[in-house]
Ligand binder design. Structure first.
Ligand SMILES: [Fe+2]
Length: 251
């Protein structure tokens, strides 16, 4: 499996605090069948975390990659960020401050749980205009998506992709989120499933359970596509394979 959303970079956000914990997380990932992941620290959170691209960012990434080699952990670590969606994001892209997944064409982006859908649309449009594909993190957790899931279909039609959290499928964010998650999967709207792991003991990078649930509910092709094939396409900046998505009736 390839996991495209992991807060494993030590000491930069609310994920792993230090290299020891990052190593524990890496071992859990490998033990669950993950052979590559993207280190995606929070970035651009207003008044909290900048974490923009630069020498410090690259140094942290390299240190993590070297530690995998040193400890002979068979895990490839790609570059990335979970960019917080603000109106400044397109400009930050122009300024080279954001790191797309594996320095390619997909930008992992999250939005506030309560946000103006028009603002979201403008930010996504600005990213697409610059030739990048927004990979929208955990849409199933957003309140406006729960109220109006058709938004996700519209984002897909614009050219965005959607990343679901494995915890949402497993009910870790409550029954309401799980129901939205299953609805989005049913409608073929999801491009990939990732851990959004923050530690080795809570919100972990253990991916096997989610694979098993997807296999049981949707057949074996589903986790193979969402947890391996599409993530591989994304890190290689290729188009994801999307089944035939269909929208929701607007209430
Ligand atoms: Fe995250």
């Amino acid at each position: 499996m390839i996991d495209l959303h992991v807060h494993i970079m030590p000491g930069v956000d609310d994920g792993s605090p230090d290299m020891e914990e990052s190593v524990r997380m890496a071992k859990i990932a490998v033990g669950s069948g993950v052979f590559a992941l993207a280190a995606t620290p929070h970035c651009n959170i207003p008044e909290e975390a900048d974490n923009y691209d630069g020498s410090q960012f690259r140094e942290n990434l390299q240190r993590l990659q070297q530690e995998m080699e040193r400890q002979k952990i068979p895990l490839t670590i790609y570059s990335g960020m979970e960019v917080f969606g603000t109106p400044q994001v397109p400009q930050l892209l122009d300024e080279g401050k954001l790191v797309p997944l594996n320095d390619g064409r997909y930008l992992l982006i999250e939005f506030a749980f309560e946000e103006d859908p028009d603002m979201i649309w403008k930010v996504l449009d600005g990213i697409l205009e610059r030739g990048y594909t927004p990979l929208i993190a955990h849409p199933e957790r957003y309140f406006y998506v729960a109220r109006d899931p058709q938004l996700t279909y519209e984002w897909l039609q614009m050219g965005c992709c959607l990343q679901m959290n494995k915890g949402s499928i497993l009910g870790r964010f409550g029954e309401d989120v799980r129901r939205v998650a299953l609805d989005l999967l049913d409608h073929e709207l999801i491009s990939c499933v990732a851990s959004d792991a923050h530690s080795s003991w809570r919100r972990t990078p253990y991916m096997r359970e989610a694979w098993d649930v997807l296999e049981e509910d949707f057949g074996e092709d589903c986790p193979a596509l969402l947890m391996e094939e599409n993530p591989k396409r994304i890190v290689n900046s290729r188009k994801v394979y999307q089944l035939r998505p269909y929208g929701f009736a607007r209430r």
